[in-house]
Every structure is written in C-alpha cells, then in structure tokens.
Design a protein around this ligand. Structure first.
Ligand code: ADP
Ligand code: MG
Ligand code: MG
Length: 907
C-alpha cells in the first residue's frame, strides 16, 4: 500500500474513526518494552537486524531498555521522497514515545524525571562501515540540571551532555569530529588531565561550553535545546546516512544489494558512565577468532557508547577481570550468554551496559567470525547437539575456506619478533608498511603488498584496509573497528600492539629505538599477534581437525564429484590430499618447456617433413611417458583426463635473434631458415588459429607420440599393479568429423602398444567443449566422444567474443556500470554460456546416455558456478588443487539447496 498523500474526506462518522483500516495501512513504527514487542526475528527485512533482535530479546524476557523501531521501508520512502520524512511519521513516533515513557516511568524533555534516548541505525545486515549512533538525546541546559540532581552526579550529567553535543554535531550535522577532539584535548591539557575520565565537573562544563561554540560556528545556528527537534534531526540523519559515501562504499565492497534501507531504533538510554559501579561492554558467546567455546568480551568501567569499540581506552577482559569488579554482573552475563546461544543456536555478538550493578542488553546479532573459528564452532555445536550436520555444513562459506588453504608461516622458521599485539584475526601476511588508508590503497593498486599500520582504524579507512594484505594497529582491543572488520573479511590483523610508535607524517614505525619505513618488509602473524622483521617463510596448509570433519560431512551430502587440474605428480598428490577424486585436466604442453625438452620440441617444429618430425618426437616420448607414470602413480586408480597438445606451435619458438641463432646453430640450420619458419607460423589471431586438435589434424604424428606415451605409461603401471583410468581428451574440436579422424590414429596407436606390451588397459576417448559449435552440435560429437569436458574459459571467450587476454581494458567498466554483474571468467554466465553447457549436456546424453560430463575451466572452483554445475547435472567439476575443498563444500551446499542432495543416481 502506498502512503496516502491527502487525508480522505470524511464520509460518515463511523468511517472517520482514527482506527479506520486505511489510516493504519502503513505501520512505520514497532514498539518493544516491558516484555512485549510488536516485532520479532521474522521481521529482519523490515526492522533491520538490530531492531528485530531487540524485539526478540524483549520477548525472551532479557533486560532490554524499552524503545521502538522505525522500518527500513521508511528509509526507502525518505530517500525516494527526495530526503523528506514521510507524512505522519513523527506523529507515530510521538505516540510510541508515549509508550516508552510509560514503560520507563520517565518523560522526554521533563525537568524532574527526564527520559533520554539513543538513536541507532540498523540495516538487515550489520554494517560496521556505519557508526551513526547518537546517545543522550533529550538533554539540554535545563534537563542536564535535572539529571545532575536526580543522579546526584553532576559530573555524569555533563559528561553525557558533552557527548550528545559531539555526537549530534558530528553524526547528525556533519561537523568534523576533529574540531571537538581538539577542544577536548585543549580542555584536558589546561587541567593536566590525561584521560577523559580525569576531567572533573568543571572541566566537563568547560567542554560543553566549548562544544557549543564549535557547534554554532560550524552549523550556523545554536545547538537545539528542543528535545523533539533533536530526535527528529537524528532520525533523519540515520536515513540520510544510508546514501552516504561511506555506506555505499561498504555495500559495494561487501556486495550487499537489494536492501530497502536502514531502520532506526529509538531506545531508552541506560548509563555505563554514572560512576565506578557502571560499565559498558561488547562480548561474543564464543571466541570468534579461534572458535574456542570460551566467553570472549571486553568492558570499560564508567564509560559510554563507542568508548569500547573506538579504542580510546584499552578495555578489560571480561573473563579475567569482571568477576573482581562485580561478581553479580559477571554471573548475570554468563547466564545471558547461555540463554542467547540456546535461543539463537549460533554464536552471538552482543552489547551490554551495566548501570549501577544492573545488566541491560543493548544488542545481539550473529557473531562474525573467520573461517577457522566458523569451522570449529560448527563442529562443536553439532557435538553439543545445538545444530545438526547439515546446518553445520551450511554455516561455512565455501569461498571462506580460502583462508584455511592459504599458506601459513613455517612453524620451524626463525622469527625475529619486534613487537606483540592482540591476535585479532589469524593468518600470515608479509608486506611493506603503509601509514594511511589512502597510501595503502594506492600502493596496492600498483601491485605492492602492503600492511596497513595505524594507531586505530575508522570507517573511512575501509578501502585501504581492504587493499592491504594485513592490518596492524597500536591501540584498540579485540572488538575494535580494525579487529571486527578484518575478521569479517578473514584478513590477517593484529591490534593493540601498544609498544609500537607510529608516526604517520614521517612514515615510520619505531620499536625499541629501531625504525621501519615504507620500504622495509615485515611479517605479521594474526594467530599469535607477533610482528616480525623481514619476510618469514611460509608453508602450505593441510586438511585436518575440525576442517576435515566438516569436509567429511560435506562429502556425505554432495552428489557432484570434484576433480583437479594438475600437470605434475606433485600437484596431483597435493590435490589428492585435498580430496580430489581424479584429474579433470592434465595439460601436456607445460611439460615441454623444460630446457632439454623444449629443444626437442623446437627440432620437431622446424623439421621439414614427417620423418624429421617423427625423429624429434621419438626423443620426447620417454619424457612424456615418465610424466604420465608419475601422475598415474599419484592418482592410483582414479581417472586422469589428459588433454593433447593445445597451444599454437609458435609459442614454443624463440623470438630473440640471439636465441634463434643459437637454435639454428645447434640444429645445423641457417638463421634464415629458423626465421622463415617463425614468420611462417606467425598468426594474426593465434587463439583462433592453428591450435588445439587442428595441430593434430595437420600433424597426426604429434598425437601418435602423446597417445603412445599415455598408453605405454598405463601399461607399465598395470604391470606394477597400479590401476589406471586414462581419458584421452581432444582440445578445441567443433565437429564429429575431427573427432572421427583423430580417433582412428588414437585407437591404432593404442592397439599397437597393447600388442607390443602384451597387456591391455581401458581408456576413454573424449573431447573438450570449448567452441560454441561443439556445444550446439553436441549430439553429433557424442556419437564419437565418450566424455565431454567443458572448457569454460575458452567457451566464455568465444561465446561473448571477449578476448581473455585483452578483457581488462573494458571489463572493469562493464562491472562498474553494472552491465555485467560478475566477471564471466570467474563466475559462469548462467544465462549465456550456461545455456550452451545445458544444451550440450542434454544433447550429449540424448546421443550417448552414459556420456561423462565435467567442467575444467576456472569456474570449477568458483562456488556460484559449482551450484550451476550441480544444477545442470554434470558428473564432476575440476579445479586447481587448492580449490578442491571449496568445490567439495560448494557442491554440498548445492545438493542441500535442491532438497537434500543425492537427488539423482548418477552414472
Ligand atoms: P553499532 O551498530 O555501531 O554497534 P549501536 O547502535 O549498537 O551501534 O550503538 C553503539 C553503542 O552505543 C553501543 O555499543 C552502546 O554502548 C551504546 N548504546 C546504544 N544504545 C544505547 C542505549 N540505549 N543506552 C546506552 N548506550 C547505548
Ligand atoms: Mg552495536
Ligand atoms: Mg582451451
């Protein structure tokens, strides 16, 4: 229903009742308080995550200060209306404020028992890029006196007041926070105060006066004394912030789309800054960095709002210190922790305030965690019977597994540790210091690996944080901005390395008298918090512990097989450790680039007749055979798809005159002869030229040598009692005739080898599908091919007509202008290239019902593409060794999402 722009003329007394259904059509405000709530967890779209959970916690009888939530739709309407508050909104706000007054027993703007409120943003998805909370709304020169008297704490009243002017000025009216900071420093300096808490009441009164001046100077009008006006402006500012640069940028980086806007939560203030029996804090029900089932939280005594997160004072650890400070508070907190996990069945990240010994809950949400923690938590929660295996598998983001598959520092390597901080987000990073977010971004754009080194970070640093390989700060705790954001991305991060002296202007980092600048290399270990000099060597990771358990569960659920792209026995062995069920693509050309072999290859290319070529190929044969024996041994019984020579011959020839002269000399040819051949092989468009199976059609002897090497290797393995399943794959074919022509040579060669060796091995003959014609005529090709492997890199290139090698000149524009949603070379283009794949699978199976279909392009390791492969019914995906676990997990997700997997019995 649309908002009515004009009130309907009243037709009759009955219809004109204020409760007439039309009037209530758009409900914009949802109340929560005193154990009742109009919202709930099912309304996250409308109330945002924070609002929905505040309602739900209220229903769960947790101690939530009463308040109300204005819907995300209102934010959308506000922005659609050209940034104007929808009609009637403030009336609804006023009537809900009355309910809050009733629930709290206080009155907004009252000078005897005043109600103060917090105005908090909160979209459906939490966005640490936004920090737009305004606390203490409702204070003015009169109310502050009442607060002082009521609490018998003048200092507290003025502390709250100066915070309001600062937050209101900065967040709502856009006055640069620096101006307030400057005044505060000045006031502190004047009184010899070190910390904010060292300022006495007079000091704070001075700060209030200074802030007001600053406010008026920059806004052009005095700080508003009218509480209702403060509230209205603050609500509006939250809506406006949704379209601010910072928020837009955060949504872009994190690919958050399709949200209406942010909700606004207006909530009764509770005070963590009323004295030493008050505190405010942030906690996780489990450790979000390691996953350990241990309470993980920090608190600050006599503090309010963002003090904990902003890293102004270093907070205390709840687990070790809160019991000493307040036994009751700590026990209540532990009870709340259990209640939260029981209710939400997941790790919660929550915010609380303790006002004069009483605990209040201000927020809860699903705790962001890195993959190490996510995996451990999921496995533990299954053991604790909080969730089932399927839920556990779904909790792990396949793309996030990347973090577990990244190299880590070699545990045996020597470390020169120069500093230690808090291990905020695990991982290993090596890079050079950058001292501002801007610098980090610029240098990263130029291909440098940089570590962003800051005292603390704030939302405007997000881009530079994203560009850096690791983040290091000298202040802040485990829940500081840097820590939270880095963990969300799974980026290595150390915070609170207090001994480091960072000089942003001089671009130096000093530790024990030794300085490091932008050109020095440092290593940081996010699991130990150690900062090290130089570049510490790394080692490849393995699959063990909870990671292995999750993978086992994933394997039970998936139907799609996962193979690997591997060209060497070492890669093959590694992929097997990662769970590969075969090789989907073994490229043979890389094997020819070895110094000795390339010489024989060149000799073959320069030969002028078949005999000469055969002679040179005979020298290559033993090398190829050894390669295949190694790979067959590593794969031991699993299928291995070997692609015959694919690149244009030109790529194997030398291009400098010096090298050409050397080659000519060693082959007893003239330089001119070599030059001539190079020129002859030159093509205007080599990627669409004489390559792939076209080479074999012209020179069948190349194919014969390769097939011989494969079959001889297979026979030898068979004699060694090693099972082998070679699949001979023809690249780039587009017609059945090509396949028929080459099959004749393939079979003849294989039969000859069987006869010579006195043993036989089974083998398959199949083709890649990478030119559109092959996909369109797949039924025809399937009469000869026993398997299809979709080479979606080339297929994407040829379907779009985008040159893979030149695409970077225009693709970034296409992405920025959203002409393309994804890079089609990374994520398969379901609607175009995907249609060809779908068609080819259907046609192929119609012609040969047991035809094996797989994919071997880069897409095989991309989670979204894996979903597609599952959906079109491929038998397997093949990807690089390190992506094998990612594909296994993505395949399990795909199977679960189509109704529990194991849907079809695959052949
Ligand atoms: P964010 O989304 O950035 O976490 P919040 O709205 O949760 O923003 O507010 C930030 C901080 O403000 C909270 O951690 C809390 O300490 C403080 N705060 C929010 N609401 C209240 C309230 N009703 N009373 C006291 N403090 C509050
Ligand atoms: Mg919060
Ligand atoms: Mg190809």
């Amino acid at each position: 229903m649309k908002l009515m722009t004009k009130p309907k003329p009243k037709k009759s007394a009955v219809r004109s009742k204020p409760s007439a259904p039309k009037e209530k059509a758009i409900k914009r405000v949802y109340f929560f308080g005193a154990g009742k709530a109009e919202g709930g967890v099912h309304l996250k779209d409308l109330l945002g995550g924070k609002g929905a959970n505040l309602a739900d916690m209220t229903l769960a009888k947790l101690p939530v200060p009463p308040g109300f939530t204005i819907t995300t739709q209102t934010c959308k309407d506000y922005n659609d209306l050209g940034q104007k508050l929808p009609r009637g909104l403030m009336d609804e706000v006023r009537s809900n404020l009355a309910k809050v007054e009733k629930a709290s027993g206080k009155k907004f703007g009252d000078v005897r028992n005043p109600l103060l409120v917090a105005v908090r943003s909160g979209a459906k998805i939490s966005m640490p890029g936004m920090m737009d909370t305004v606390l203490n709304i409702g204070l003015n020169d009169h109310v502050v006196l009442a607060m002082a008297q009521l609490t018998n704490n003048e200092r507290f009243a003025y502390d709250s007041y100066r915070r309001l002017i600062n937050m209101f000025g900065d967040t709502v009216m856009g006055v640069d926070h620096e101006h307030f900071e400057h005044e505060l420093t000045e006031a502190k300096h004047l009184r010899g105060a070190k910390l904010d808490t060292d300022l006495d009441t007079d000091g704070l009164k001075d700060v209030v006066a200074r802030y007001k001046k600053i406010y008026e100077q920059h806004v052009g009008s005095p700080f508003p004394e009218n509480p209702m006006l403060q509230l209205e402006h603050a609500i509006e500012a939250v809506f406006k912030s949704w379209m601010g640069d910072r928020a837009i940028h955060y949504r872009q980086i994190n690919d958050i789309r399709g949200l209406a806007g942010t909700a606004v939560n207006v909530q009764t203030m509770v005070f963590g800054n009323m004295g030493d029996d008050c505190a405010t804090g942030v906690a996780f029900t489990r450790n979000p960095s390691t996953g350990e089932n241990k309470f993980f939280g920090e608190f600050l005594v006599n503090a309010q709002g963002e003090d904990v997160v902003a890293g102004i004072r270093t907070p205390l650890d709840c687990a070790t210190e809160m019991g000493n400070w307040s036994k009751k508070g700590w026990q209540e907190l532990l009870k709340v922790k259990d209640l939260l996990e029981e209710r939400y069945k997941d790790v919660q990240d929550f915010e609380f305030t303790i006002e004069k010994g009483t605990l209040y809950m201000l927020q809860t949400r699903t705790g962001k965690r890195n993959t190490v923690a996510a995996v451990k938590i999921a496995v533990d929660m299954v053991k604790e019977r909080l969730i089932d295996e399927k839920t556990a598998v779904l909790r792990i983001d396949p793309a996030g597994l990347d973090q577990l598959l990244h190299p880590m520092f070699d545990p045996n390597a020597q470390r020169i540790v120069i500093a230690k901080g808090l291990p905020a987000s695990p991982g290993a990073s090596v890079g050079k210091p950058a001292f501002t977010a801007h610098e980090a971004h610029e240098r990263a754009q130029n291909g440098e690996k940089v570590l962003l080194i800051r005292k603390e970070t704030s939302p405007e640093d997000v881009q530079g944080m994203h560009s850096a390989v690791g983040i290091l700060t000298s202040t802040g705790g485990m829940t500081s901005h840097a820590a939270v954001v880095a963990r969300g991305w799974g980026k290595c991060c150390i915070v609170g390395a207090g001994a480091l002296q960072i000089d942003e202007k001089q671009k130096t980092l000093t530790m024990n008298g030794k300085s490091y600048g932008p050109h020095d290399t440092l290593s940081i270990d996010g699991s130990t918090g150690e900062v090290m000099e130089g570049s510490v060597p790394m080692v490849a990771p393995g699959v063990s512990g909870p990671f292995a358990i999750i993978m086992k569960w994933a394997d039970k659920l998936r139907t799609l097989k996962v193979r690997t792209n591997a060209d060497t026995p070492a890669d093959a062995a590694r992929a097997r450790e990662f769970g590969a069920q075969g090789i989907g693509l073994c490229r043979t050309e890389h094997m020819f680039f070895d110094a000795e072999r390339i010489h024989n290859m060149r000799e073959m290319i320069l030969a002028t007749d078949t005999e000469g070529r055969k002679k040179a190929l005979a020298k290559l044969l033993p090398y190829q055979r050894e390669d295949f024996i190694g790979i067959f041994k590593a794969m031991h019984g699993l299928p291995v798809t070997i692609r015959l020579l694919d690149p244009p011959l030109h790529e194997f020839l030398p291009h400098t005159e010096k090298e050409q002269a050397e080659l000519a000399h060693s082959l007893g040819l003239s330089l001119d002869q070599v030059r001539q051949r190079v020129a002859q092989l030159h093509e205007a468009n080599p990627m669409l030229g004489h390559r792939g199976d076209r080479l074999a059609v012209t020179y069948p002897e190349i194919l014969e040598m390769q097939v011989r090497a494969i079959i001889e290797a297979a026979c030898e393995c068979k004699k060694l009692k090693i099972a082998v399943l070679p699949e001979i794959m023809i690249p780039l074919a587009g017609t059945k005739a090509e396949l028929d022509y080459l099959k004749k040579y393939t079979d003849q060669t294989a039969q000859a080898v069987f006869k010579e060796q006195g043993v036989k091995v089974p083998y398959l003959y199949g083709t890649m599908i990478e030119v559109p014609r092959a996909a369109v005529a797949a039924d025809e090709l399937a009469q000869t091919a026993e398997f299809f492997s979709f080479g979606t890199n080339d297929l994407t290139q040829m379907t779009f007509g985008y040159s893979r090698d030149d695409v970077n000149s225009f693709l970034p524009d296409y992405l920025k202008k959203e002409i393309l949603r994804y890079d089609p070379f990374q994520t398969i283009d379901v609607d175009g290239v995907g249609q060809l794949v779908r068609m080819a699978v259907q046609k192929g199976r119609a012609a040969r019902d047991n035809i094996k279909c797989g994919i071997c392009g880069e897409h095989g390791g991309d989670p979204k593409s894996v979903h597609f492969c599952h959906e079109v019914g491929l038998d397997y995906v093949s990807c690089s060794p390190f992506r094998v676990p990612i594909a296994r997990l993505a395949a399990a997700h795909a199977a679960i999402s189509d109704g529990n997997g194991k849907k079809k019995a695959k052949k």
